[in-house]
Design a protein around this ligand. Structure first.
Ligand SMILES: *Cc1c(COP(=O)(O)O)cnc(C)c1O
Length: 427
């Protein structure tokens, strides 16, 4: 055993598990090299945009009040636009989270009588109340905006005939979720998103195609705005915040779409001109600069988790071989005790609150108790190492993040250590 292995043992990991982890990592060399290639390309892409926009120290200053002439905010928004191949962007601490960004993007384009189409099945949980799929105060449905949905085919392909039939004269907008979220469908590659957008526009060219880009940023060298999407939307406490953004969301895309989004976020007439940055600029800039490598670490952690748990005999989604377009990993743990042990391991590996023990609890909106592990610097940040799952069969745990690959690796090994201690696996 070398000194790294000894360090693992001193942190409570069984020597046999240390050896297994080393073996699994060895088998992933080629995949990791591909991830590094993507990260290096994206690092240069971000760097180029920062240089071309002449970033300087003054851009990091805080602004207050109305936030007029906030050059730091304006330059950062242009950098996001340039990196994502978009005309314009909104990147703001006033956007509370991903759901708020998505709501703003939807509500800004849709008017009473319009219809919203999801051609990729049921959207993410929180969007269901936004749209009114589940009744909610102030939903789009309350404003007379209807919703149509076409599910993916059983093999995960787009139901092109179903989509063609669903598009009508009222179809104003399509919402396309890149990540599988907490569903079991495959994540969409940017290429596939491009094919879907092209198909929708071939039927009705003026349909605004919005991509829920959460968890997808920087996992590939291109983003959906580079293959025809009108808007992409995401959260800054996921990939593009690089772990440093303390809050916020972004919307990037066509100039007219972003202007409507800014009018909806602030007020008609005010738009992008106002919005003080309240001192977050440095962390927004620095986080975006680090985002390509932070995302690469999270991707390696996800693939390592898949490979390790495959070796331990579990079913994982996606498996350790398929190409990745987001950072979420699910492991089917089959037993409630295994789900709880996994989360305890992730918690025990955290830099913050490592001494607390996660317990299942009754969360609003869920039918079963949910267990969550997170020891994050930023509350709820899921680019940081985190795991959660509802206590119902098949006891899937959803795992994501890791600000560094080394932390992700340690967290996954600790999760397996807790399973080992509970007598749920043998190594
Ligand atoms: C996280 C997420 C959201 C919502 O983001 P919040 O920041 O939690 O509000 C929406 N869609 C997808 C696919 C997500 O992963």
């Amino acid at each position: 055993m070398n000194s790294k292995d000894n360090m693992y043992v001193s942190l409570g990991v069984s020597p046999r598990l240390v050896a297994l982890a080393n073996d699994v990592e060895e088998s992933l060399k080629e995949r990791f090299a591909q991830i590094d290639e993507v990260a290096e390309y994206n690092q240069l892409k971000v760097l180029r945009a920062m240089q071309q926009n002449r970033v300087s120290e003054m851009h990091f200053h805080g602004s207050s009040g109305y936030g007029y002439n906030d050059d730091g905010r304006d330059a950062l928004e242009q950098i996001y636009a340039d990196v994502f191949g978009a005309e314009s962007a909104l990147v703001r601490p006033q956007i509370t989270c991903g759901t708020h960004a998505l709501y703003t993007a939807l509500a800004s384009q849709l008017r009473p009588g319009d219809e919203l189409l999801s051609p990729v099945g049921l959207p993410y949980d929180t969007l269901q109340e936004v749209i009114g799929i589940r009744e909610s105060n102030g939903s789009l449905a309350e404003y007379g905006i209807t919703y149509a949905q076409v599910d993916l085919l059983p093999d995960g392909e787009f139901d092109y005939e179903g989509i063609r039939a669903a598009i009508n004269e009222r179809t104003k907008m399509a919402t396309i979720q890149r990540s599988k979220g907490y569903a079991s469908r495959p994540t969409l590659s940017v290429k596939r998103i491009g094919e879907l957008v092209a198909f929708i526009k071939s039927i009705k060219p003026d349909v605004i195609c919005m991509i829920d880009n959460c968890y997808g940023e920087f996992t590939e060298t291109i983003e959906p705005t580079e293959v025809g999407a009108d808007m992409i939307v995401g959260s800054l406490i996921k990939n593009p915040g690089g772990g440093l953004a303390p809050c916020g969301g972004y919307i990037a895309g066509r100039k007219d779409c972003i202007e409507r989004a800014a009018y909806r976020l602030c007020s008609p007439g005010l738009g992008k001109e106002v919005g003080a940055n309240l001192g977050v600029n440095l962390s927004f800039y620095q986080g975006f600069f680090l985002a390509p490598t932070v995302t690469a670490g999270a991707l390696k952690s996800a693939i390592f988790a898949a490979a390790l748990y495959e070796r331990l005999g579990f079913t994982v989604y996606p498996d350790s071989k398929v190409s990745r377009h987001d950072i979420i990993q699910a492991v089917c743990l089959e037993k409630p005790e295994a789900l709880i042990a996994f989360c305890k391991g992730i918690q025990a590996a955290a830099p913050v609150d490592s001494y607390v023990t996660p317990e299942p609890w009754d969360m609003p909106g869920y039918n079963e108790p949910v267990i969550m592990a997170a020891g994050a610097f930023v509350q709820g940040s899921s680019i940081e190492l985190s795991a959660d799952g509802p206590l119902r069969p098949p006891y899937n745990v959803y795992f994501q993040g890791g600000l560094t690959w080394y932390h992700g690796r340690f967290g996954i090994v600790m999760s397996a250590q807790k399973l080992l201690e509970a007598g749920l696996i043998t190594v």
